[in-house]
Design a protein around this ligand. Structure first.
Ligand code: NAD
Length: 270
């Protein structure tokens, strides 16, 4: 179902690792909706090679960039404008990684070098993307920039570990930078808080299978899929949402405002 919602728009999409990636689905949907864009990921992720298939399918070029490196980001943003033939209308930041999570280090026993790495990759990188785009005057007016987040920024989910703190920081950056980008350039900045989704990053969290089932039962509409998330991102990149900025937008089938569901209560009667 394509409606030309992004016809003539130019973008940069971070974080498509494989077909499961939320960014992958966003790229496919953005292409269907008429956008042209550059795909980017960390040089190490490029080695997996799958992004080449996505590039072919969507007629996109790939520019490797470590999102923690301002130098890489400057190169990415300026080359993207050259390739796409003008300023940028939308950016998706779909990046997350915690070394403490990866290595099974408990939240009360963090390795702080790993914590700092996770903060840099998962949150500060968003500030770096925003700052680079602003300094290079790379965004068109009414452009839209999104990052993906999770409700562990507001509520405790024990196995989410230090990613909870990273997401809280990420969401705060969207608000703070959104103010300046709005006033100076009419660019909107938001985060989308997505349901748990079976991807490489998601399944790295301990007990993820059980958790995704719990979340399904706790959401009146069920968990939102990666494709549904992509659809939401497309609307946020379109001109139909021009006055939405500095928001954390829940895309979670109603999970965030549900205290308990009958399905979960019934489990305790068993
Ligand atoms: N999967 C879930 O349950 C879920 C739920 C809510 C939010 N999110 C968020 O969605 C976003 C996308 O994750 P996903 O679930 O699609 O998983 P994914 O593993 O497919 O994507 C994560 C991406 O981050 C990239 N990345 C890591 N370090 C990087 C760096 N230094 N520079 C550039 N890119 C780097 C990876 O290469 C990968 O492409 C993340 O922010 C994640 O936290 C995921």
């Amino acid at each position: 179902m394509a409606n030309n919602l992004l016809k003539g728009k130019r973008g940069i999409i971070f974080g498509a690792l494989n077909e499961q990636s939320i960014a992958w689905k966003v790229a496919e949907r953005a292409h269907e909706e008429g956008a042209t864009f550059v795909l980017t990921n960390a040089p190490i992720a490029m080695r997996m090679g799958e992004i080449n298939d996505l590039a072919k399918k969507t007629g996109s070029e790939i520019i490797p960039a470590d999102a923690t490196s301002v130098e890489d980001l400057e190169n990415l943003v300026s080359k993207s404008m050259e390739i796409l033939g003008g300023k940028i209308d939308f950016i998706l930041h779909s990046i997350g990684m915690s070394v403490n999570v990866r290595k099974g280090r408990h939240y009360t026993d963090e390795n702080y070098d790993w914590t700092m790495k996770g903060i840099d990759v998962s949150a500060l990188s968003f500030h770096k993307v925003l700052q680079t785009a602003k300094k290079l005057d790379a965004m068109n007016e009414w452009g839209s920039i999104l990052a993906l987040t999770y409700i562990a920024a507001q509520r405790v989910f024990p196995d989410y570990n230090d990613m909870a703190d990273n997401k809280a920081y990420l969401e705060s950056i969207a608000r703070s930078f959104g103010y300046y980008f709005g006033v100076d350039k009419k660019v909107r900045v938001n985060t989308i808080s997505q349901s748990p989704t079976m991807t490489t990053a998601g399944s790295g969290v301990k007990g993820f299978n059980e958790f995704i089932n719990f979340s399904e039962q706790m959401s009146p509409l069920g968990n939102a899929s990666a494709l549904a998330c992509a659809d939401y991102c497309i609307t946020m990149f379109s001109d139909l949402t021009k006055y939405v900025t500095m928001q954390n937008l829940f895309h979670d089938g109603g999970f965030s405002t549900t205290g308990v569901t009958q399905a979960v209560i019934d489990k305790f009667g068993e």
